[in-house]
Every structure is written in C-alpha cells, then in structure tokens.
Ligand binder design. Structure first.
Ligand SMILES: CC(C)(COP(=O)(O)OP(=O)(O)OC[C@H]1O[C@@H](n2cnc3c(N)ncnc32)[C@H](O)[C@@H]1OP(=O)(O)O)[C@@H](O)C(=O)NCCC(=O)NCCS
Length: 167
C-alpha cells in the first residue's frame, strides 16, 4: 500500500470527524470550541471520543474526554443535536465512555460545568456524577463553575437518589 496515501486518508478522516464535531458544537453551545481547538483535542493520544450517528451517518451526539492520568479522565464536552435531545442519547454516550475507560483502568472521571446548565447537570447526575466543589465567578460572564466527579463508589452509593453532593 502507498504509505503516503494511507496517511492522507487517515488525516482526511480525522479532519472530517473534527469538522462534524465542530458543526454539532456550534449549534449546541453558546460558547463553542473552534474547529482548530477540536482538531487539536482529537489529535491528542490522550483523547477519548464516543460518537452517536443517525441512520444516514450524520453525527447526532458525542462526548469528548482526556486521559489526564493512568486512572483519571477529564470530560471536556458532551453535546447532542437539539432535535435529538431527551431521548437518552446523552446518557448512552456518557455510559459508553465510562464503560470503555473503566475497562482500561480508569477509576475517576471529573469535569467542570456552568452552574446554570440544568440539562447537563441533570444528565451527569443521572449517570452518577456528584458535585464536589464550586468555583465562584469562574466564567468570563461571571457564572460559577461546578466541579463534578464520578467514582464507582459514589455512583453505587447514590443510585436512584438523584443529584447528590460530596462537598
Ligand atoms: C446536556 C445534553 C448533552 C443532554 O443530552 P440528552 O441526549 O438530551 O440527554 P438524555 O436524553 O440522555 O437525558 C438523560 C437524563 O439527563 C437529564 N436531563 C437531560 N436533559 C435535561 C434537561 N433539559 N433538564 C433537566 N434534566 C435533563 C434527565 O435526568 C434525563 O433523563 P430523563 O429524560 O429520563 O428525565 C444536551 O442537552 C446538550 O447537548 N446540551 C448542550 C450542550 C451542553 O451544554 N453540554 C454540556 C457542557 S459541555
């Protein structure tokens, strides 16, 4: 096989994924990441990405994390196309990411989230994340950030009890 062609095909596929993710982010979030930022994040060997496509192969949701340590993943983004929300896509994506990374030795997942993002807080709480801290006026618009964590212990202790706090 022509190595150059294989490399070019690989690069083209990466660019296509970054473009599809960026397009979904642009219509899902108020302060979306740029295509460049997403391409850079996806190119990292530490990136963990789970995607959901519709029947035609269009991207309808994804979650993107980073392996920051042997046993720790930080989740940077989760987004579902507006017309596909409240149908379990976000939950399926997060559960798939958790399962894949736990199978590879990860024991904790962390993220930060705008305190007023009720949909994301509801989603993360539904899959077992716990609020472990708050950064006052963390975002440029003055909104607080919540710090969330997932461990198997917390998830098992709180299953069925809705949103919980550990701070
Ligand atoms: C957050 C988001 C990914 C949720 O995706 P989704 O596919 O609609 O979520 P699901 O259908 O899997 O919901 C699972 C659970 O999360 C909670 N949830 C989801 N949306 C919610 C909302 N708008 N309000 C309150 N709880 C919500 C519920 O507990 C829900 O379970 P239920 O439907 O049985 O009540 C989606 O709203 C989104 O893309 N938002 C914009 C992007 C964003 O803000 N991302 C987070 C920061 S990176």
């Amino acid at each position: 096989m022509d190595d150059g062609a294989a490399e070019r095909n690989g690069r083209g596929e990466e660019d296509a994924i970054a473009g599809a993710v960026a397009a979904l982010v642009a219509r899902s979030m108020d302060h979306p990441w740029s295509v460049g930022q997403i391409g850079e994040a996806l190119a990292s060997p530490r990136a963990c990405l789970v995607c959901q496509e519709d029947r035609d192969g269009g991207l309808i949701g994804f979650t993107l994390g980073r392996r920051v340590d042997r046993d720790l993943v930080e989740i940077d983004l989760v987004a579902v196309a507006p017309e596909c929300r409240r149908a379990g896509v976000g939950r399926t994506l997060l559960e798939a990411l958790l399962a894949a990374e736990r199978g590879d030795g990860v024991t904790e997942f962390r993220l930060e989230l705008a305190a007023g993002n009720a949909a994301a807080l509801g989603l993360y709480s539904a899959v077992g994340f716990v609020v472990v801290g708050r950064r006052a006026r963390y975002y440029p618009d003055g909104e607080d950030a919540l710090l969330l964590s997932w461990t198997a212990e917390d998830a098992e202790a709180g299953s069925g009890r809705g949103e919980r706090r550990r701070d």
